[in-house]
Design a protein around this ligand. Structure first.
Ligand code: ADP
Length: 467
């Protein structure tokens, strides 16, 4: 019934349009480096916002004392405490808790959301055991990871530009989110203070750097994507003449690299998906490489194949025709790619699951579906790798010898990188092809799981009000 003949032109076209040979990767890496420079030159100079983190002091390992972290970035929020022992003892003890944010609070008022957070934090603080200790006369300090676009003016303040990721809370945009939290803590009678406000990439970099001094870049590859890196202050023209920053030294720049769009190999499937998204024209790199979108692109290809009568005969499963039904289905693509059996039985049953029907597929159809997944995941992984090389290249060009020829670590976090072996391999292939085997041997991409929570606490310590 299913004829691979009528499918193969669609697949062949897809493979052609998604191809990422070395010249394409090189163009993406070069363009990433150029856009970074443009974004550092002036605000609004590039797709890349190149946001100042005001993190000028990275953890060294000498931090001591009790610090808290609060992480708000999606449907959950996490609280954590850590007792730091300094040079020899490092992390003496740590405890954390995760709470889900009730749906209605995502559409409620700013006061309600921050009251909920302050209350969760207060309950967690009340349970602090004797294993944790705070010197007399000090308030408990917080590193606040807040992963929404924020315009920072100092390490401990930042104005919310907009809510994303399904949040539509009234009354926060345009306000300092640290002030919002402080007011809620006051209403709750909780006497703590925020010493660092950080993005999750910045937290990841700080957390990884604590253990390894060669960490220079952090990348998130999960639902979305972002990256940050250590930059020289004198290489940030848009900073010159601003009073509140030091004139020398380094800082962390949050690239907001998901917004990159220059020279990507895009297909009609990508363009249609973008047009149907809640933010058309925005976050194009993110839409090509990150977990929220890979499944949706595959779905669009499969629908086209099904319409050509080539997957399930004349039948087009209803569920497959619903946009974004595969948003949370990247794990299914991944599972299909792990099926090494001769008859690809698992591929067949996953196809039934995502189609919402017991669809009958023969082996050649299943093979084609796996090829479609592989094509999209290969493009995503390789472009993600090229984006990382772009950052390294920019750093090396500005400070010769900083990266190439010595050990450099890229700290990586996020469910997509963690769980998708093919994606990981394609990413590494692209890095190796671009840098060559000699240099790439010294560029270590290291999974740093959930480092951002402890990273935020470490940044609170490194930026302590009592230092
Ligand atoms: P977030 O980015 O929202 O903070 P994560 O870092 O956990 O959360 O990433 C979640 C994303 O990771 C999902 O959207 C999905 O694309 C991807 N992912 C999770 N589990 C798997 C899996 N088993 N295989 C492939 N991808 C996965």
């Amino acid at each position: 019934r299913s004829s691979s003949l009528s499918v193969s032109p669609i697949l062949t076209n897809l493979q052609t349009n998604c191809a990422t040979p070395l010249p394409v990767l090189r163009h993406v890496a070069d363009a990433m480096a150029d856009e970074m420079r443009a974004g550092l030159a002036v605000d609004g100079g590039s797709d890349l916002k190149m946001i100042l983190s005001y993190v000028n002091t990275l953890p060294t390992g000498n931090e001591k004392g009790l610090f808290y972290a609060l992480d708000l970035g999606g449907t959950n929020f996490r609280v954590l405490r850590v007792q730091l022992g300094g040079k020899n003892e490092l992390v003496i003890d740590t405890e954390f808790e995760q709470m889900s944010i009730p749906q209605e609070l995502m559409f409620g008022t700013s006061e309600d959301l921050f009251d909920f957070i302050a209350s969760g934090l207060a309950i967690f603080v009340e349970k602090e055991s004797g294993r944790f200790s705070l010197p007399g006369g000090r308030k408990r300090e917080i590193g606040f990871t807040f992963s929404f676009p924020v315009k920072q003016n100092s390490i401990d303040s930042g104005i919310l530009i907009k809510w994303t990721k399904g949040f539509a809370v009234s009354g926060t945009v345009g306000k300092d989110v640290v002030a919002c939290l402080n007011e809620a803590m006051e209403r709750r009678g909780l006497d703590m203070q925020v010493s660092a406000l950080v993005n999750d990439t910045v937290g990841t970099l700080a957390g990884a750097r604590y253990w390894d001094g060669d960490v220079m870049v952090a990348v998130i590859l999960g639902t979305g994507t972002n990256a940050c890196y250590v930059e020289r202050i004198d290489a940030i023209p848009k900073l010159q003449g601003q009073g509140q920053v030091p004139i020398s030294g380094s800082t962390i720049i949050n690239t907001e690299r998901g917004a990159f769009s220059n020279g990507l190999p895009l297909t009609d499937f990508d363009k249609d998906m973008d047009a149907a998204s809640i933010n058309p024209g925005e976050q194009i790199f993110e839409k090509t490489i990150s977990g929220m979108y890979l499944g949706e692109i595959v779905r669009r290809v499969l629908v086209k194949m099904a319409e050509a009568g080539a997957l399930f005969g004349e039948y087009i499963p209803g569920k497959l025709s619903t946009p974004f039904v595969l948003r949370h289905v990247t794990p299914d693509l991944c599972a299909m790619q792990q099926d090494n059996s001769n008859d690809l039985e698992a591929v067949g049953s996953i196809l039934s699951k995502i189609s919402g029907d017991q669809v009958q597929t023969n082996l050649s159809t299943r093979k084609i579906v796996v090829e479609v997944c592989d094509t999209i995941v290969k493009r995503g992984g390789r472009l993600a790798g090229a984006g990382i090389v772009g950052i390294l290249q920019k750093m090396e060009q500005d400070s010769e010898g900083l990266i190439y020829g010595k050990r450099t670590v890229v700290a990586m976090d996020g469910g997509l990188y963690e769980h998708y072996p093919q994606y990981r391999k394609y990413l590494q292939d692209a890095v190796t092809e671009l840098l060559g085997s000699e240099i790439s041997k010294n560029v270590i991409i290291e999974h740093s799981k959930d480092g951002s929570g402890i990273g935020a606490a470490l940044l609170a310590a490194a930026n302590s009000k009592y230092a």
